[in-house]
Design a protein around this ligand. Structure first.
Ligand code: HEC
Ligand code: HEC
Length: 220
């Protein structure tokens, strides 16, 4: 076969072929992600046992929702669990059992799932400590409002600012504590380590309860 690149027929056929191949590969990456979530791929246990069949999480147990979180964000978390920079006895062996390609596939799978709109808990009083910090911050202390980065109602912004609304209070409080003690890597530009260190223990609990009570919403 004539493989010189200037032959127009061969080039066109090759383009059509590689486009088809590309589409097949992206479709199969979602299928692999779903298979990993359901279990039975390699050594990793089924994600859905703890993160729910629709990726909704299990609030009472402090297992976070994954549905609708940004794919690059989740991929970074899995890498951090695997290398131990985000400390979790539960997630470390699981993340380690996934290859780099499988981390991408399972992250893309969960990012594409719809977000359930069910509110997690009763709405706290509008003037609570948590809601003031969430919507106004504390400028005297150079603490911006959480909403400035996590969006109105804590629904998340783009792939890098994760949603807080509807995550379990236990999970949210654990994350803020982890940044205070260095058990979670500081993340993009070290933003969250700075924020968390400005919060008292009581404020951590108040703000975790505030966001746990807000309904998760799909803005995509
Ligand atoms: C035995 C229960 C369990 C299983 C199974 C499990 N997880 Fe987790 N997962 C957790 C817990 C607990 C946390 C919270 C860890 C922490 O506090 O930092 C978590 C956190 C995460 C996070 C971080 C979420 C965020 O908002 O930062 C991701 C991503 C994740 N898990 C993905 C997965 C994937 C993918 C699988 C399957 C391959 C999986 N998990 C299986 C319990 C589990
Ligand atoms: C200047 C921007 C910024 C502000 C302000 C901010 N955050 Fe964040 N937050 C981030 C980024 C970026 C991440 C993702 C970190 C990562 O990728 O590891 C994050 C992640 C989080 C997470 C982890 C979510 C998960 O699924 O694990 C929690 C909890 C959180 N922020 C709470 C807060 C609270 C509460 C406030 C207000 C007191 C706040 N943030 C203010 C930028 C910000």
């Amino acid at each position: 076969m004539n493989t010189t690149p200037e032959c127009p027929t061969v080039t066109t056929r090759w383009r059509v072929f590689s486009l088809g191949l590309g589409l097949m590969l992206s479709a199969s990456s979602h299928a692999n992600g779903a298979a990993i979530a359901q279990g039975g791929v390699g050594a990793a246990p089924a994600c859905q046992t703890c993160h729910g069949t629709a990726g909704e999480g299990i609030a009472q147990a402090g297992f976070p929702r994954l549905a609708g979180l940004g794919a690059p964000y989740m991929q970074r978390q899995l890498t951090a669990f695997a290398d131990g920079s985000r400390v979790s006895d539960v997630m470390m062996p699981i993340a380690k059992a996934l290859s780099a390609a499988q981390r991408v596939e399972v992250s893309e799978h969960y990012a594409a799932l719809p977000v359930s709109a069910a509110p997690a808990a009763a709405t706290p009083a509008p003037a609570s400590v948590g809601s003031v910090l969430a919507t106004r911050g504390r400028w005297a202390d150079q603490l911006p409002a959480c909403e400035q980065c996590h969006g109105p109602g804590g629904r998340g912004v783009g792939p890098d600012f994760p949603p807080l609304a509807g995550q379990s209070a236990t999970y949210l409080a654990n994350q803020l504590k982890a940044w205070k003690t260095g058990a979670r890597p500081p993340g993009p530009m070290g933003l969250m380590a700075v924020v968390a260190k400005k919060l008292s223990e009581a404020e951590v609990l108040a703000i975790a309860e505030h966001y746990a009570a807000l309904p998760a919403k799909d803005d995509r």
